[in-house]
Design a protein around this ligand. Structure first.
Ligand SMILES: [Zn+2]
Ligand SMILES: [Zn+2]
Length: 133
């Protein structure tokens, strides 16, 4: 076992972005050589916009655990927002979410990243237990 804090921070700079509308996937090749592939359903559930996530302490639409229709999980377009985020558009017309590259990298669903997050979560839980509520 090695110290999780010694792990270099993953880059959030994308080298290449490829949305495959037929397969319903979004692939991001990162500048450090790592590759992340999101399926559209996972991506839809991550939508960070105020409508989906809620704001000011109020729950968002996705917090109500809706049953998503095929249109709501079908990517129709992916736009680049400056240098920091992607804005997917969905077949139901939704396109308000700015998915920052930081967030997309942090939530990378590959096995290596999931394992690293588990380790971080374990460390975080210990910190939470020791800290103020
Ligand atoms: Zn949204
Ligand atoms: Zn990964």
């Amino acid at each position: 076992m090695h110290d999780a804090s010694a792990r270099p921070a993953p880059t959030d700079a994308p080298a290449r972005i490829h949305a495959d509308r037929d397969a319903g996937t979004l692939r991001i090749d990162w500048a450090d050589g790592h590759a992340t592939t999101y399926d559209a359903v996972t991506l839809r559930w991550m939508c960070p916009c105020a409508y989906c996530r809620g704001e000011a302490g109020l729950p968002g639409w996705l917090d109500t655990m809706p049953t998503l229709t095929p249109d709501q999980t079908r990517l129709t377009d992916v736009a680049l927002v400056g240098r920091y985020a992607l804005a997917p558009t969905w077949a139901d017309g939704h396109g308000l979410g700015f998915y920052t590259f930081r967030m997309l990298r942090d939530a990378c669903p590959c096995e290596a990243c999931a394992a690293a997050r588990d380790q971080d979560a374990a460390v975080g839980a210990r910190h939470d237990a020791a800290g103020p509520p």
